[in-house]
Write a protein that binds this ligand. Structure first.
Ligand SMILES: NC(=O)c1ccc[n+]([C@@H]2O[C@H](COP(=O)([O-])OP(=O)(O)OC[C@H]3O[C@@H](n4cnc5c(N)ncnc54)[C@H](OP(=O)(O)O)[C@@H]3O)[C@@H](O)[C@H]2O)c1
Length: 243
């Protein structure tokens, strides 16, 4: 059975992924800034699915700890899912470098830092799956969230490059673009129901994307069309739109 490492395991999408992979019999390593908060989830998963669940401490923005973090894993993973992220507040980020930096470091720099280490291990073993939860926000910068969007754009480009590098090494890299998801990150936002996935839907799509060898996954297919249209709008028109 595969060993699945979930980075940012307290997130709603991560919890759904833990259930999906646990139900398939995979052993789990749940990594988060506050591992104590994962104890109830760990017990639940162990009892429900009879799998081995370990919890460990991981902070995406403490880059200097990432090598030791990966080294310290007793069993190295077969599948790594990079779920952590930070939406932040664009209006704050525009005036406060610390907020911009937190958005960039959490969504981009931290992911590069840890996945560089994972990629080298998988390349050497000539197997593995790396999954990054990116965002459609990275496909075109908009005034309402362009710091987050640019960090996710960087992350998507990083995953694309990693996929290209590792294609000959039997390592599968999947970029996930979920569209809107009903999680604590979007709590309080008035999201259109038709365009909003549930965390369990994201988890099921990710799970089957591994089997189907998908490279880029739009959880709700409609988002592929929406983003195609958004990208086709000429810049002269786009810059005047309130998006
Ligand atoms: N919800 C959406 O509509 C949507 C759409 C597209 C993409 N996404 C992406 O999906 C992923 C999961 O988000 P979510 O919607 O499930 O929201 P969420 O429940 O708010 O999850 C965010 C997670 O990131 C973790 N995190 C933040 N900073 C971290 C750090 N420095 N180190 C380690 N973990 C850190 C949080 O951990 P703590 O518990 O420690 O705060 C939390 O578990 C994110 O990458 C997000 O950008 C979400």
């Amino acid at each position: 059975m595969p060993q699945v490492l979930i980075l940012g395991a307290t997130s709603d999408i991560a919890i759904a992924l833990a259930h999906k992979f646990g139900a398939s019999g995979a052993d789990l390593q749940l990594a988060a800034r506050n591992p104590d908060s994962l104890q109830i989830l760990k017990k639940d998963l162990e009892i429900r699915y009879q799998v081995d669940v370990k919890v460990c401490s991981f902070d995406a923005t403490r880059f200097d700890t990432h090598q030791d973090f990966y080294q310290s894993l007793e069993v190295k993973p077969d599948i790594v899912i990079c779920v952590f992220g930070y939406l932040g507040d664009q209006s704050v980020a525009a005036n406060d470098w610390q907020e911009s930096k937190r958005i960039i470091d959490t969504n981009y720099t931290g992911a590069v830092s840890i996945l560089n280490i994972v990629a080298n291990d998988f390349e050497q073993k000539q197997r593995g799956v790396i999954i990054g939860i990116s965002s459609v926000a990275g496909e075109r910068g908009r005034q309402s969230n362009y710091v987050y969007g640019s960090a996710k754009a960087g992350f998507s480009a990083y995953l694309s490059g990693l996929r290209n590098r590792l294609a000959g090494s039997n390592v599968h890299v999947i970029t996930v673009k979920p569209g809107f998801v009903d999680t604590s990150m979007t709590a309080g936002l008035d999201l259109p129901k038709m365009l909003t996935a549930q965390p369990a839907q994201v988890a099921s799509s990710v799970f089957s994307a591994i089997k189907k060898k998908k490279n880029v996954l739009y959880v709700l297919a409609i988002w592929r069309l929406i983003m195609f249209i958004i990208k086709m709008i000429p810049e002269g028109i786009f810059k005047k739109m309130k998006l």
